[in-house]
Ligand binder design. Structure first.
Ligand code: UDP
Ligand code: MN
Length: 585
């Protein structure tokens, strides 16, 4: 538009000049005619000027013609460019129409990072498998069984040398409703990455899977493996669901090698994983070891390296990672074994020693607790637990479990079993953390008499010894005099609640009694809110009167003490007090 405008201005100017020139010509001609009579003939100079004027006019005419031509050219170029642009646009939008897939399951965890280019049928298939197994079976079925994994060990691990006379190894893989390709990838990684003279057997334990693929197909696969590696693979099938502790025990009972490594079936061992385990157990038969886990993402199957940490647990006996102890750091040897309060589940041990201390508690149901039970037993009864930083196993972290919708009942029940057998005068902490009454909890934790007898037989130390010598981070609270939820006495459906997260303003909310509504009242007057932490390096949250404004707040207790905030509540259950405060517990 600017070009056209400018051109028109120029054309007008030129036309004006041209018109002016022509006008001058006319005047001159008329003048000449008139002057012919009265004026003398124009002289040579005048004729020259006039003819040069004519030449200039001629130039102007040509320039206008040229300008018009150029404008035409510009216009056509612009048109061509616009046409090309249009063409490019329509071309580039064409393939997009074909690749932009409709996301059928936009809220599914599976498709957050993965699966953009899947057709609708493929998405449906992948989603079905995901729901059934809790991870990306669709992708697993396409990945090679012998895929390469990065070597995540510290380079100093590679400098280590091991005896040529290491003990033999039985690897136990337990599973329930696992994808066949995942089990096969575990087997392949074990065969490829364990020195073959040391690998005596791989024992599969099926805890009563319902998945058809794991029956005839798996048996056929085992036959094929055994043709290539005679006698290497064994399978034992439970005829009813017995839970993970019993599945591990079944594997242990069938094992025959010097050392057993008891693993989940959704793992891939990494290069050099076995040697540090076998060497350490050869050195000390009373040590139960755990490799370091790496994370296999449930959706992309990519490996994520985890830093070195030790395995601990909270008062609900739910597992967690803790920082490595200072005395290990002071060693300045990143390859050295690390003393650990607990294991996560996966373990390796001298086969006979594991039997002597009572393998796993077969009274544990479904999932959870068995790892803490073994850990307390090992430490309290004369063994040790260590993490070996040079042994690394990649573990598939599921999105959800294929065998239970809610693990809480099993976790709670199994935790009480551990508390009753091993935790002496500290067992109340487990009840408090789960918000269960100390008496008549209504939870059947099964028969513990044989485990008590075992404790007697092994002459085990107390839990107090364990806390002081092995896990000082876990700090019991002795002075809790009341716990539960705090109801409003005017409307018992309304409870004190931690309030929105993030935030530290408690609110009144419909009672649900989950952990945000748990309160703990201490003899000293503090009111803790929320899940009980009770750890050396972390604070519980204290219900606080900030002294100004109308809203209470939740503050880390030690910070509140330092600042001199009001955290001590004069609270006595009973009718009078109920009237005074409007609350009851
Ligand atoms: N498992 C079992 N029986 C059960 C529950 C679990 O054999 O009733 C197995 C499960 O197949 C897995 C292992 O126990 O190999 C540990 O369970 P999971 O992997 O679900 O726990 P996570 O590793 O996520 O803690
Ligand atoms: Mn697992």
């Amino acid at each position: 538009v600017l070009c056209i405008g400018l051109t028109l201005v120029i054309v007008n100017l030129l036309l004006a000049l041209y018109a002016k020139g022509a006008f001058q010509n006319l005047i001159l001609r008329d003048l000449r005619r008139e002057l012919q009579l009265s004026l003398p003939e124009p002289d040579g100079a005048m004729i020259k000027r006039l003819s040069s004027l004519e030449v200039e006019l001629q130039h102007l005419k040509e320039s206008i013609k040229l300008a018009l031509k150029q404008q035409e050219h510009v216009n056509s170029t612009v048109q061509r460019a616009t046409d090309i642009q249009k063409a490019v646009k329509s071309k580039s939008s064409e393939p997009r129409k074909h690749t932009a897939r409709v996301k059928l399951f936009p809220h599914s965890g599976l498709f957050k990072q993965w699966g953009d280019d899947l057709s609708e049928t493929q998405q449906r298939k992948a989603q079905d498998l995901f729901q059934e197994f809790g991870y990306n079976v669709y992708l697993s079925n396409q990945l090679p069984l012998n895929r390469t994994l990065p070597d995540t060990r510290d380079p100093r691990c590679l400098q280590k040398t091991y005896s040529s006379q290491l003990p033999s190894l039985s690897v136990i893989l337990i599973f329930v409703n696992e994808a066949l390709s995942v089990i096969e990838r575990a087997i392949t990684s074990i065969i490829n990455r364990t020195p073959s003279p040391l690998l005596k057997e791989i024992i599969l334990v099926d805890d009563f899977s319902s998945n058809g693929e794991l029956k005839v197909y798996l048996d056929e696969k085992i036959k094929v493996y055994n043709q290539k590696y005679p006698g290497l693979l064994k399978i034992i099938r439970h005829t009813e669901r017995k839970g993970l502790a019993q599945a591990r025990n079944t594997g242990w009972e069938a094992a025959t090698a010097d050392v057993v490594a008891i693993l989940d079936a959704h793992i891939e061992v990494t290069i050099g994983w076995a040697e540090p385990i076998l060497a350490r157990i050869q050195e000390d038969r009373t040590v139960i070891v755990s490799p370091v886990f790496e994370k296999i993402h449930f959706d992309t199957f990519k490996l994520e390296r985890y830093g070195v940490a030790v395995d601990g647990f909270n008062w609900q006996l739910w597992c967690r990672y803790d920082t490595v102890p200072q005395d290990w750091i002071d060693l300045h040897d990143v390859t050295a074994p690390i003393k650990s309060p607990s294991i996560m589940g996966i373990l390796a041990a001298n086969r006979l020693f594991l039997g002597e201390i009572g393998s796993l508690d077969g009274g544990m149901l479904v999932y959870g607790g068995e790892n803490v039970e073994l850990s307390l037993r090992v430490w309290q009864c004369g063994g040790k637990i260590e993490i070996l930083p040079c042994s690394r196993i990649a573990h598939l972290e599921r999105h959800h479990k294929p065998y239970a919708l809610d693990l809480t009942p099993a976790l709670k029940r199994n935790a009480l079993r551990v508390a009753e057998v091993w935790m002496d005068e500290y067992k109340h902490m487990v009840y408090l953390a789960w918000n269960i009454p100390l008496q008549n909890s209504g939870i059947d934790y099964g028969d513990i008499s044989s485990r008590m007898a075992l404790r007697e037989k092994l002459k085990c130390k107390t839990f107090d010894w364990y806390l002081k010598n092995v896990y000082p981070l876990l700090t019991p609270i002795r002075s809790i005099v009341g716990y539960g939820t705090m109801k409003n006495s005017l409307d018992k459906n309304v409870c004190l609640d931690m309030g929105p997260v993030p935030g530290n303003t408690p609110i009144m909310y419909n009672c649900h009694a989950f952990s945000p509504q748990q309160v703990y009242y201490l003899l000293t007057g503090e009111l803790y809110m929320g899940p009980l932490i009770a750890e050396a390096n972390a604070d519980d949250r204290c219900l606080t009167d900030p002294g100004s404004g109308e809203e209470p707040s939740l503050e880390p207790c030690s910070k509140a003490v330092k600042k001199g905030l009001h955290i001590y509540w004069d609270f006595k259950p009973g009718t009078d007090q109920k009237k005074a405060t409007g609350y009851e517990t």
